[in-house]
Design a protein. Structure first.
Ligand code: PMP
Length: 424
């Protein structure tokens, strides 16, 4: 049997479970922006493997740092112990985050980074003796697949089986251009004294369809949230580490979040790691001799030294001049490609933040998540060696920062060919 058939026999493989779904594609190696298939085919990874491989695959610098750490200290219980990679990573992250962030809490991935932020927010109010139970989130948001993260994400058919177990959340629509005043008006009535926290993906709602909004309206939402003390959680799991053109999307804002969630690009895609950071007053609410006031949350792999080392190496690369130049270079190519896109009748709502370029496909087939355009686009591009996974009818580029001009042009050309096909 082939690898894909062996996979099907023993693995509960998300996203290819339906009987009619194609078998997963075996990948044997990856380097830079290219995935190498078992049968000699190659794929340009234009989505950084779900937005994590910032510096491309198998970056030699990250690999060497992790390999050295593997031979020195691969893991140690973090309860009662500490180590250089964990401390150094926290020391280096805090100064590059919004200036009020004071403490780093480690977990395992984006979902747990969000889960921890929500637990911090609820317990903050509990510890103050003023419990608050409501959270406000943006409609259509995606914050992860664990229960708390599902609760604050936009509810969908996928979360229906769990609906009875998800805590109450009030949703406000994403404040897209043109809708700002209406959203602010609704928010005005919702940010009452019982709101524990407001969670938001700054500037770009990712999995919800690469929906973009302006810093101004977020600042005004933050101010409304603050009026009655709601804690602000910035989920930068997708937007962090340069993707939007600045190191963090929160750097576009005047207001500062109280809590931040980081993952995905944190380790450059080599290892799973989650980080939740918080401002000092939040940490202070947990400082007590009463052990029930501490945050009782720990994972077996909390602050894994290999993952922290990968994050340190990735941060070196992210802050290098070469990467800064690449961010500008890719953003400029995207901006030029937008001209070409705007000439196509199959495209609407072209939008860009830094190296993230997104647009709607508007051919026949509908705009629901499972529509025919999505499959047509995915398969068309894959057959031509380009990996892009549309979100419903939204197609987007989120390439690794090392992607060359030629690779980008090749991917653009294939998308143009797709658009011509859709217009036929
Ligand atoms: N928050 C955001 C904004 C995300 O985009 C994602 C993943 N798509 C998550 C949280 C969850 O991260 P993970 O898949 O690592 O659990």
């Amino acid at each position: 049997p082939s690898l894909a058939e062996r996979d099907k026999a023993v693995i509960w493989h998300p996203f290819t479970q339906m009987q009619t779904a194609p078998l997963p594609i075996p990948i044997v190696r990856a380097e830079g922006s290219v995935l190498y298939g078992a049968n000699g085919q190659t794929y340009l990874d234009m989505i950084s493997s779900w937005w994590v491989n910032l510096h491309g695959h198998a970056h030699p610098y990250i690999a060497e740092r992790v390999a050295a750490q593997l031979r020195t200290l691969e893991h140690v219980i973090f309860a009662g112990f500490t180590h250089e990679p964990a401390v150094e990573l926290a020391e280096r992250l805090l100064p590059v985050l919004p200036s009020n962030q004071a403490k780093v809490f480690y977990s395992d991935n984006g979902s747990t980074a969000v889960e921890v932020a929500l637990k911090m927010a609820f317990q903050y109010w509990h510890n103050l003796g003023q419990p608050r139970q409501k959270v406000i989130a943006l409609d259509g948001a995606y914050h992860g697949d664990t229960f708390g993260a599902m609760a604050v994400g936009g509810r969908s058919a996928f979360t229906a089986p769990f609906a009875p177990f998800l805590f109450d959340v009030d949703y406000i629509p994403a404040p897209v251009p043109g809708q700002e005043e209406a959203v602010l008006q609704l928010a005005e009535s919702l940010f009452t004294e019982d709101v524990a926290a407001f969670i938001v993906e700054p500037l770009v709602q990712g999995a919800g369809g690469m929906i973009m909004y302006e810093p101004d309206v977020l600042d005004r939402l933050f101010q409304l949230a603050r009026r009655n003390g709601a804690l602000i959680i910035a989920d930068e799991v997708m937007t962090g580490f340069g993707r939007t053109g600045r190191l963090f999307a929160s750097h576009y804002l005047k207001e500062k979040p109280d809590l931040m969630c980081l993952s995905k690009g944190l380790t450059g895609g080599t290892m799973a790691l989650g980080v939740t950071t918080c401002a000092q007053p939040i940490y202070d609410a947990f400082l007590s001799d009463d052990k029930f006031k501490t945050l009782f949350h720990g994972h077996s792999f909390t602050a894994n030294p290999l993952a922290c080392t990968a994050a340190l190496a990735s941060l070196d690369l992210t802050l290098s001049e070469a990467t800064l130049a690449n961010l500008e270079r890719i953003a400029a190519h995207h901006a030029a490609f937008r001209q070409r896109l705007s000439r196509s009748g199959a495209v609407a709502s072209v939008r860009q933040r830094g190296t993230l370029l997104a647009f709607d496909l508007v051919a026949e087939g509908g705009t629901s998540y499972f529509n025919t355009i999505r499959d047509v686009a995915y398969n068309f591009l894959l057959e031509r060696g380009v990996l892009m996974r549309p979100l419903g009818n939204v197609l987007y580029f989120m390439p690794p920062y090392c992607t060359s001009d030629e690779q980008l042009q090749y991917a653009y050309d294939q998308v143009e060919a797709l658009l011509s096909e859709l217009c036929r």
